[in-house]
Ligand binder design. Structure first.
Ligand code: ATP
Ligand code: MG
Length: 453
């Protein structure tokens, strides 16, 4: 019987102590994407199963083995999205976004669902940051999305990622390639796994993406797509490389990358790390010029990528990438006695209205226990309200670092406290400035921000 306090296999909780890391990464992604002119799209977590069968492709691992598909109570076949592109294309078509100026550039931060064998970096519920550009067929668009991913990694301070690119051609050149592949694998049919055997006739290129060690080994000597590219696809691929060089984005051409989804054409790419074990692909994407037409739209070129949030965070932990600090507690208002307890709640509310992070006791603890708790919270300041403070209308604010106390009037508490915080932050800044002679940009921003409140 399922234990109700156990999460479903292959899923993760993000705890309140840790969520600031995810939020920081997501914030960086949103901001960088918007600088590139990509804006957020949100689509439902489930879609008609048929949408994924047709876009991701019947012969892919995702459709054959990994989808969470079920019939709803009305008997419709529904699937939890295994990736984000299909839903984005569906929405683009349904909402007539093709009538808007092109390219339509969008991003999403969403959960995805795949029934896979859970392991480090491989989950059943995972999250993707993805971008799509609809309507742009030129190599500059491929380069722009690669550059967007690259910019995010640079901004976050991630090291040792290699960008591997390939071209898997278009419908025309892929036909010759598929024929050559088929002939090659036909000769070694007996060694292929059952899934690949079924792919041999329908989609031999899929065999190149098989994870079974035997199929992988056989694939090594298989014909290479780059030898089959038509002149247009070759020129496109060369142009993408020229852009990447001009943008100073290092890459290697890896003819073995075919990607796991059927809709790709021409450029495909991956950002790979060796620092997080076997699941090293942090970002994968490429061009899919045929998909929009395949789903009923006018022929519309498109490209995009998906970046795995959990793998990215794993990588950042592995590389000990610095994160900005979690939001702290500016002040804890301790209190004693019924009237003071209410006054503490009101004071905290006033402080919060001015943008400060204030807390007070909600457990009915002793003052001593409240201060112990404030310490555990890492509160920068504390103040205590009791009968005498209320009577005299004066409160002492204690700086928890230096132990220094400052008396302020209760009526002016919010403003006085804000000034005190600002003054002491300035002093701290001047002290650190004389140490290294440099202004810390984050500290200046923090002061400016507080000053504006
Ligand atoms: P893999 O080869 O590792 O199975 P994939 O080719 O299936 O990856 P895509 O469908 O291109 O991956 O998804 C884009 C990104 O989403 C991947 O590069 C990875 O970072 C992340 N991702 C994919 N599947 C999972 C999963 N099961 N758990 C966590 N992250 C995943
Ligand atoms: Mg996969």
């Amino acid at each position: 019987m399922a234990l109700v306090t156990n999460a479903i296999k292959g899923t993760l909780d993000v705890l309140p102590q840790e969520s600031y890391k995810t939020q920081y990464v997501e914030g960086a992604m949103r901001e960088i994407a918007e600088n590139f002119g990509f804006f957020e799209m949100r689509t439902p977590v489930f879609e008609h199963t048929e949408l994924f069968n047709r876009s991701v492709g019947e012969t892919t691992d995702v459709v054959q083995k990994e989808m969470y598909t079920f019939n709803d109570k009305g008997g419709r076949s529904i699937t939890l999205r295994p990736e984000g592109t299909a839903g984005a294309v569906r929405s683009f078509l349904q909402n007539g976004l093709f009538n808007e100026p092109l390219p339509q550039k969008l991003f999403y931060l969403t959960s995805c669902y795949r029934y896979e064998k859970p392991q480090a970096g491989r989950l059943r519920e995972f999250h993707q940051f993805g971008v799509e550009a609809f309507g742009a067929g030129a190599p500059s668009q491929d380069a722009e999305i690669i550059s967007l991913a690259n910019e995010i990694f640079n901004y976050l301070g991630i090291k040792n990622l290699s960008l591997e690119i390939n071209s898997i051609g278009c419908k025309t050149c892929r036909q010759d390639f598929q024929n050559a592949l088929k002939a090659y694998f036909e000769d070694r049919k007996e060694e292929l796994c059952d899934t690949c055997l079924s792919r041999l006739d329908r989609n031999p290129m899929r065999i190149l993406d098989c994870k079974s060690p035997v199929c992988k080994e056989i694939s090594k000597d298989a014909p290479k797509i780059l030898d089959y590219l038509c002149p247009d696809c070759r020129a496109h691929f060369e142009a993408v490389q020229r852009y990447l060089k001009a943008l100073n984005i290092p890459f290697t051409v890896n003819p073995e990358i075919v990607r796991g989804l059927d809709y790709y054409t021409r450029t495909v790419f991956e950002f790979v790390s060796n620092d997080i074990g076997a699941q090293g692909t942090v970002c994968g994407g490429g061009r899919y010029d045929g998909l929009i037409e395949e789903l009923g739209g006018k022929p519309t070129p498109a490209c995009g990528f998906g970046m795995g949030m959990e793998r990215l965070l794993l990588l950042m932990e592995a590389q000990k990438t610095p994160f900005p600090e979690k939001k702290g507690c500016d002040i804890f208002i301790g209190s004693m006695g019924d009237t003071a307890n209410v006054a503490a709640a009101v004071l905290a509310s006033d402080l919060r209205n001015e943008g400060m992070a204030a807390q007070f006791d909600t457990l009915g603890r002793s003052l001593k226990a409240q201060m112990k708790f404030a310490n555990k919270l890492g509160a920068s300041y504390t103040a205590v309200l009791g009968d005498s403070e209320l009577e005299e209308k004066k409160v002492k604010i204690k700086n928890m670092d230096s132990g220094e106390q400052t008396e302020v009037s209760l009526e002016n508490f919010t403003e006085d406290f804000q000034n005190l915080m600002l003054r002491e932050a300035m002093q701290g800044l001047e002290a650190s400035e004389s140490l290294d002679g440099l202004m810390d940009a984050d500290a200046i921003n923090a002061i400016l921000k507080n000053g504006q409140n």
